[in-house]
Design a binder for this molecule. Structure first.
Ligand code: G
Ligand code: MN
Length: 370
């Protein structure tokens, strides 16, 4: 269940109380956080303090209901004003433990009841027990049906597209997103196979790419352990001077044995290296020091609404400065608005990627800076 309460101590007390009764609780302290949670997880009951600082509780209940019509809501209130007809269960404040536990339990069974009713109303049987098709088979199809999308990267003062990032896609519906494909590969122990497939598609694509464009190819940290990556005879290695290998900051490169020796072999072949998603809040600048990347890709969370946030601008400015001192080119990712572009230019950024210039597409589309 989800508990929304502005008072952290009271939230703590109530959560403990419910936990003793086997009711597992996630607690948040405002309406915005509550909505975030609700979108990401499914809760069987919602317990809501009526006195939230920013969001009027009744308004919050309306929004929640628009999103999930069935979720039972228990409201903790000093009086019932405004709550009649809102379809919630009221619990009087100060909250009595036994009353709360009973009301929550009633809410939980009410949810089950609604589900049963729904199913019988529509005369449909419950969904069949999950019988997933062999993951291995689905993964095999995803590999067969794999293709790459290309998103342009533009450089200040250069009329032609500087490069494209290759992004993994598959027509296999059961593994619909790159994340799904990656986790399937991970659980099957087939990250190597996946990485090789992507790199071979990338090499193939380079033959039709504009001749002077770079291709940015994402690596999984696991790929750094695959001997095939270091093979001097693979199609991609023969094109290495045009390839930038992206290593995400989310992967802890320090966990890879001899990472700098491995990177030196890649550079020997002619590859350049980018640290991806810098500033996404994972490894901070530690991967930066290990990798000494030729390129750094600023995470789009830093770029978003940059123009409206002096603190964030300050952070990006010092990151850009540090990169320049260390000889890395900075690519700003996820640029969506002209205002963001103006702010990035003012900070000295000169490489840009984002929907403002072009979405990932099946071919190498032309694009230009405004
Ligand atoms: O982690 P990595 O930086 O490789 O991820 C790139 C992802 O970001 C791709 O899935 C791409 O579709 C997405 N993307 C690219 N440009 C933008 C943008 O301007 N806005 C948003 N929201 N996503 C973008
Ligand atoms: Mn990337």
């Amino acid at each position: 269940m989800l508990l929304v309460h502005a008072d952290a101590r009271e939230a703590d007390r109530l959560a403990k109380l419910l936990a003793e009764k086997g009711l597992e609780t996630t607690a948040v302290n405002d309406g915005g956080a509550a909505i975030d949670e609700l979108v990401r997880h499914r809760f069987d009951v919602l317990v809501l303090d009526s006195e939230l600082p920013q969001t009027p509780a009744l308004e919050l209940v309306r929004v929640i209901r628009a999103y999930d019509i069935e979720v039972p809501v228990v409201v903790l209130a000093h009086d019932a004003t405004g709550w009649v007809g809102a379809g919630v269960q009221l619990v009087a404040k100060p909250v009595d433990a036994a009353v709360l536990v009973r009301t929550v339990a009633r809410g939980k069974s009410a949810r089950r009841e609604t589900k049963r009713l729904r199913a019988s109303e529509l005369q449909i049987s419950a969904p069949p027990p999950d019988m997933p098709e062999d993951l291995d088979v689905v993964f095999g199809r995803a590999l067969d049906q794999m293709w790459l999308a290309f998103q342009p990267i533009l450089k200040e003062g250069e009329p032609r597209v500087f490069g494209y990032e290759a992004l993994m896609r598959s027509r296999e519906k059961k593994l619909g997103t790159p994340g799904d494909i990656l986790s399937a590969a991970e659980s099957l122990g087939k990250l190597d196979v996946l990485g090789r497939r992507v790199r071979s598609l990338a090499a193939e694509a380079l033959t039709t790419a504009p001749p002077d464009a770079h291709l940015f190819v994402n690596l999984h940290s696991r790929d750094l352990l695959d001997h095939a990556l270091f093979d001097s005879a693979t199609p991609l290695t023969t094109l290495a001077s045009r390839v930038v290998l992206e290593i995400t900051e989310r992967a802890n490169v320090e966990d890879v044995d001899d990472v700098s020796a491995r990177l030196s072999i890649l550079r020997f072949h002619g590859f350049r290296i980018a640290v991806d998603d810098l500033g996404a809040g994972y490894a901070g600048l530690t991967s930066f020091a290990t990798v000494e990347p030729e390129f750094v890709k600023l995470d789009m969370s830093l770029v978003r609404n940059l123009h409206a946030s002096p603190v964030r601008r300050r952070l990006v400015a010092s990151m850009v400065d540090a990169c320049r001192d260390l000889g890395s080119h900075v690519v700003a990712e996820g640029v969506e608005s002209p205002e963001e572009l103006v702010a990035l230019r003012a900070l000295g950024c000169d490489l840009f990627q984002g929907y403002l210039f072009g979405r990932p597409a099946p071919s190498f589309e032309k694009a230009a800076l405004p």
